[in-house]
Design a protein around this ligand. Sequence first.
Ligand code: SAH
Length: 210
Amino acid sequence: MQRLIAELRNSGIADEAVLAAIAAVDRERFVSSPFVERAWENTALPIAFGQTISQPLVVAAMTEALRIGPRMKVLEIGTGSGYQAAVLAKLARRVYSIERYRPLSKGAERLLLDLRIHNVVCDIGDGSKGWPGQAPFDRIIVTAAADERPQALIDQLAMGGILIVPVGRDPTAQVVERIVKSESGLQRDTLMPVRFVPLVTGPLPVLGQG
Ligand code: SAH
């Protein structure tokens, strides 16, 4: 674990609160069993349904870019294993996380409770539509690659809010964008190239009973 934190620091992650959050979340619990030995490596790993738990450096960089404060309400799209949600939960007041695969959502929910993380609320559905009933959000993070900036999420961002979203369907040409909402409009900048699984919109697959 110390080696991963050192590697993140060397790669430019400077926010101590983010590094502490990553150190505090046991990634071994979130990866599937064949990969437990590699849980503290700085690498993305497979989880169920052809999805992946993101590379720690990408989790750290996207989390740092969110500039989360302890009173904030954060929305995550793409719960997956629940790892990113657990990291966010260490920094924010409350995290809302949406996943389209029921078994992944239910698994993450169970694991987070098992880890005594009680400030994450999970839901199943198409996250590109956001969570209108809980909007506005201070921060929104999308952990799957969108074709274009999801307008519903921009609409659900509070004034002064930050949206972090990987954009680009071609996995070799994705970049993380940061969108800041202010009175004078939207400010955008590009953070880093990434490779995420696609944000899949439209009808939900009927899978498992969770
Ligand atoms: N944040 C996760 C990794 C996410 S992988 C972690 O820390 O483990 C991307 C996830 O987004 C996958 O689980 C995928 O099923 C989910 N996803 C893709 N499109 C989605 C959508 N439209 N709404 C909600 N979840 C979606």
